[in-house]
Write a protein that binds this ligand. Structure first.
Ligand code: NAP
Length: 312
């Protein structure tokens, strides 16, 4: 076996590139690493990893010579970073190249949910248009007060787009940013109390687990829309479902879920949620750029150079 092992549900073009450039064999998921013979596992120096299945200390311990984990994606909450650091393993990710796509999708979800586009399309396809009264009026999106929870790389692109939609921009971050005219809040409840709608763009993982609590959802109120393009773990999903089922939140636009890829069936049944199968960065152009950045990280690390985009 080669020194690079590709792990995860890669597109064929990335498997091919990893094979051609690094002679990397491919496994569909990290749970299959344990099935490799010990001698093969000992040869692995770098993982080219993709996916949301946990890459924790147990997997790392199966690969005694592992030095690099290059992640395909900016979010690295599936990888146990403290465990990697403790073993001297460098982790990299693929930031920035996906900002536009994810921010575009966040705005699309906010508009789709405000205007109930999915329900209107269903109504038209079912033939109601020619039969009777017009489709019920919906709510305007431009000009609303919108809170961005997490003004990082993607959050900032979302806020820039919201500005073009004449929205009043509020944000929660751990420190104030250089953003004249935008309103900084020091906790998520204060943010939710100040705005009409909220877009979630913080990192996932234990530190932000349940940050969007029942209290945050209640503070948004029955006219509010929540968009989540970050991670399912950031929202108290029980509280979200309860509020949506009982009209205490107008709607939700969700690209990420706790139970991915099989979300809670109650979410699939919600009429007032626009749901997508975690496709924030899923365009041909962006996935190509992510693959290239992952392979640049791999090449540089294997050549003894610093990583382009290190995480730890
Ligand atoms: P980023 O630039 O690192 O921004 C992360 C944001 O999270 C920052 O605003 C940061 O706040 C905040 N944050 C970090 N640790 C925190 C903590 N302990 N408590 C509260 N806030 C914390 O990341 P990014 O590139 O914008 O990506 C953001 C996330 O989007 C990724 O981690 C990923 O999970 C998700 N994502 C989803 C998709 C998709 O397909 N749906 C695609 C790409 C990314 P400060 O400003 O206070 O530092």
């Amino acid at each position: 076996m080669a020194e690079v092992l590709a792990v995860g549900p890669y597109a064929e073009r990335d498997i091919k590139a990893l094979r051609e450039q690094f002679a990397a064999p491919h496994l569909a998921g990290p749970e299959l690493i344990a099935d490799l013979p010990e001698a093969e596992r000992a040869k692995v120096v770098a993982l080219a990893f993709l996916g949301h299945k946990g890459l924790g200390s147990q997997v790392m311990d199966l690969l005694p010579n592992l030095r690099f984990i290059t992640n395909f994606g900016v979010g690295f909450d599936a990888i146990d970073i403290p465990a990697a650091t403790a073993r001297g393993i460098t982790v990299t990710n693929t930031p920035d190249v996906l900002n536009d796509d994810v921010a575009d999708l966040a705005l699309a979800l906010l508009i789709a949910d405000s205007r109930r586009m999915n329900a209107a399309e269903r109504w038209m396809r079912e033939g109601h248009w020619a039969k009777g009264p017009e489709y019920p009026l919906q709510r305007k999106m431009s000009g609303r007060k919108v809170g961005v929870l997490g003004l990082g790389r993607i959050g900032r692109e979302i806020a820039d787009r919201l500005a073009a939609f004449k929205c009043e921009i509020h944000y929660f971050s751990r420190s104030e940013k250089q953003t004249p005219g935008w309103h900084w809040h020091t906790d998520p409840v204060a943010l939710a109390s100040a705005v009409d709608d909220m877009v979630i763009a913080v990192v996932g993982g234990p530190e932000t687990e349940g940050l969007v609590s029942a209290e945050v959802i209640a503070a948004l109120g029955p006219d509010g829309v929540i968009v989540n393009i970050a991670r399912g773990s950031v929202i108290d999903e029980e509280a979200l479902i309860d509020a949506l089922q009982n009209g205490r939140l107008r709607g939700a636009g969700l690209d990420v879920f706790r139970g991915e890829p099989a979300p809670d069936p109650r979410i699939l049944a919600l009429e007032n949620a626009t749901i997508l199968p975690h496709v924030g960065s899923a365009t041909l152009e962006t996935r190509a750029a992510m693959g290239e950045l992952q392979r640049r990280n791999l090449r540089d690390l294997l050549d003894g150079k610093p990583a382009v985009t290190p995480v730890n």
